[in-house]
Write a protein that binds this ligand. Structure first.
Ligand code: MN
Length: 725
């Protein structure tokens, strides 16, 4: 545990005028007050406020804040009162302690409907004095640094709350350093496996790229020095959480250097930033669309830097930030970079408001909050950017619905009610008919249009972002799919019964369902539609005399079954055919095997006499040979409503490490994402890697992309690509 004089020394290092006596008194008072109390770790409780104070010395806070940090849990957790704290330490410190105590009592993560209200209280509590917020953030930081001592159930609740509220709040205040630590610790607590995978992969890359990073750094530095620019070039790894978030949102490949490492050019003045940029852009080609000038237009949280990506030394894509030292400090420490110990901040609010856009935002927001009537209205008016990962929308009656950022009207519909989600066919946003595919924005008023009995398309499952919507869509589309198979099964059975001169009666089938190991007629019909039960077995079950007849005894081959029923038994082919538009229904459709087309691909149909139309993806190599037979090409397109109903065959090539257990890991990823492996073979193998070709079935291009992205997160997988033909 840190000793009294050590704490004082830490403060003296940045603030020689510190009130040593005050810090000593607060130290002793808090230590005595917490007495024999223990933390979950078994450490004396006092170690916690002490560490919180230490974190605040890193942020160069004033004496009152450090003292209040030492005292921050005294009122909450011991029998000492706020009045006593005020008598001993004065009104300023007491107010800070009171602010933090009140914050602790706020149940921040409660029902979504009251989140706006809680946020309002939180902002009110911190608005009068930003130091309350900084103590609270330091408090939370120490609590999550020691999170592993907390029981698992409570642990994930704290981690989730931190990710939802405190990390965005730190980000909004420009405290990138703090935000990253929040995110990484919580990421590990909530998704330990993903965290381990990414950490391991980063470690491998670190070894692999060790020399390269130094080389790039030196070369950039050299080029700048040649042009007379005094610059310091450095590189860093991005945080594991930010890499994960990118992998989730885009299908990025881990191997791209620019996705994992960032380079920084530090210079001494703003003109030098632009000179350095000039040198870089004339030496190396820039990657279009990646250039951003946050010096000219700073971010709302005061962040300033120039961002660009170049094709740099060794043809590597290199992501660069150009900034001055001052910009760097604000980027890392945000609002705390404004030397808060100097002015005695309670009197320095105006200075801070002038210096910091983030603080000005806080002040402005709170002013509006005080003037506004309801928290909902407040959210609507401020277009609150605090919850960077959330979006708040309203029903026409004014009910507030909070959803993750990126939420679609469909998520909103499911948040209201599962039936509303299922029957959602359109929406009005702020009174205007709007496509269901838009991202909702803060303050949007959303009206959901429904149609009774409507079933959501399966493709929606990959578009929505909330778990509730995803699960409900999956359930609804499975039921609908089953109903479709049942209808097909009914058709097959009716024809089969007719052909064998037996009466088709579903009550009779219900009576024998258990003999066929099914619970209901529906299930029997669906099983026939799916080809799990053959029609012959159903007739046999209903009519025992038929079962004993020669034709009943006959085990039919697939080809014969086709003859008997006039229908191919593999109903999946029919469902697949349903997903193609643009051709006469009577022409049989088939799909090129393996590297064939999957929904979302650009496709073309090739007419083959006596056989029908074969669907190919436009990239298929087979098409090259048909280029001069233009009369065989048919324009076809996917039927949007059929997407996601049935799986289509495709093929991927994966380069994996040649070690035990690799196969199982690859298969697991595919199974977990609801893909279906048909065949898997090793095509070349020489230590340390081998190449495998996997035939699998997927619902559509997005589904395949998700599988490929997840495969690439595995340490054992070095590459995974789709194969055409
Ligand atoms: Mn605490």
């Amino acid at each position: 545990m840190m000793r009294q004089f050590e704490l004082v020394e830490r403060v003296q290092r940045y603030n020689p005028e510190t009130d040593e006596d005050l810090l000593n008194r607060a130290y002793v008072y808090a230590m005595k007050a917490h007495g024999g109390q223990k933390r979950a770790s078994g450490d004396p409780y006092f170690s916690h406020p002490l560490e919180v104070a230490a974190i605040l010395t890193d942020l160069h806070m004033d004496d009152a804040t450090i003292a209040a940090a030492l005292l921050h849990d005294v009122v909450e957790d011991t029998d000492h009162t706020l009045i006593e704290v005020e008598q001993i330490f004065g009104a300023d410190i007491a107010k800070l302690v009171d602010g933090v105590t009140k914050l602790n009592r706020l149940e921040l993560v409660s029902k979504k409907a009251t989140q706006a209200e809680n946020l309002r209280k939180l902002l009110l509590a911190i608005s009068t004095d930003v130091r309350v917020l900084l103590i609270k953030l330091a408090d939370r930081l120490h609590n999550i640094r020691t999170l592993h001592h907390v029981p698992p159930a409570k642990r994930s609740r704290i981690a989730e709350e931190t990710l939802e509220i405190y990390a965005p709040l730190a980000a909004r205040m420009g405290m990138q350093h703090l935000r990253e630590e929040f995110e990484n610790i919580c990421f590990e607590a909530i998704q330990p496996e993903a965290f381990a995978t990414i950490t391991k992969k980063m470690a491998l890359l670190r070894v692999k790229n060790a020399g390269l990073m130094g080389k790039i750094t030196n070369e950039l530095q050299h080029k700048l020095h040649e042009q007379g620019i005094a610059a310091h070039v450095s590189w860093r790894e991005k945080s594991s959480f930010s890499i994960w978030r990118k992998m989730e949102h885009k299908t990025l490949s881990f191997e791209q250097l620019s996705d994992v490492y960032g380079f920084r050019i530090a210079v001494d003045s703003i003109p030098s930033c632009y000179q350095a940029l000039g040198v870089i852009h004339t030496t190396y080609p820039m990657v279009p669309g990646r250039f951003k000038d946050y010096i000219s237009i700073p971010k709302e949280n005061d962040y300033r830097s120039i961002h660009t990506t170049i094709v740099g030394p060794g043809k590597q894509r290199v992501e660069l930030q150009v900034r001055t030292q001052e910009m760097h400090e604000i980027a890392e420490y945000g609002i705390a970079a404004h030397a808060l110990y100097k002015a005695g901040i309670s009197s320095g609010n105006d200075r801070l408001a002038a210096e910091s856009r983030a603080f000005a935002w806080l002040k402005r927001t709170v002013d509006m909050l005080v003037a506004g009537d309801s928290p909902e209205e407040f959210l609507e008016h401020t277009k609150l950017e605090l919850f960077q990962d959330q979006v708040f929308c309203f029903t026409p009656k004014g009910k507030l619905i909070a959803m993750p950022r990126g939420a679609k009207p469909m998520d909103f519909a499911y948040a209201l009610h599962t039936t509303i989600g299922n029957e959602c066919i359109g929406c009005k946003i702020n009174g205007q008919i709007t496509p269901l595919t838009v991202d909702l924005r803060n303050g949007d008023e959303v009206e959901i249009l429904t149609a009774k009995g409507h079933v959501p398309m399966a493709a929606w499952e990959s578009l929505v972002v909330t778990g509730k919507a995803r699960a409900a869509i999956r359930r609804a589309t499975r039921l609908a799919e089953r109903a479709r198979y049942a209808a097909l099964g009914r058709q097959l059975l009716k024809r089969f019964f007719q052909r064998h001169a037996r009466t088709y009666d579903e009550a009779q089938i219900a009576a024998v369902a258990s003999k066929l190991a099914r619970q209901s007629v529906e299930e029997v019909l669906a099983a026939v539609g799916q080809g799990d039960i053959i029609a012959n077995d159903v007739v046999s079950a209903v009519y025992p005399d038929y079962a004993k007849s020669p034709e009943g005894m006959m085990r039919l081959t697939a080809e014969q079954r086709k003859d008997h029923t006039g229908q191919p038994v593999d109903s999946t082919d029919q469902l697949k055919a349903l997903s193609i538009q643009g051709i006469d229904n009577d022409i049989p459709i088939e799909f090129a095997p393996h590297g064939g087309a999957i929904p979302g691909d650009r496709i073309v149909g090739i007419l083959t006499p006596n056989r029908g139309i074969t669907i190919y993806p436009i990239h298929a190599p087979e098409l090259a040979a048909l280029e001069d037979q233009i009369e065989r090409w048919v324009d076809v397109r996917w039927a949007p409503e059929a997407e996601g109903v049935v799986r289509f065959p495709t093929q991927i090539r994966a380069i994996v490490l040649n070690e035990p257990g690799v196969l199982a890991q690859v298969a697991q990823v595919i199974a977990d994402t609801d893909g279906n492996i048909q065949n898997l073979r090793i095509t070349s193998s020489s230590r340390p890697v081998c190449e495998m070709l996997i035939d699998l079935e997927v619902y559509n291009v997005k589904h395949l992309a998700r599988i490929l992205a997840l495969l690439k997160t595995k340490t054992v997988v070095t590459d995974a690509q789709r194969v055409f033909g």
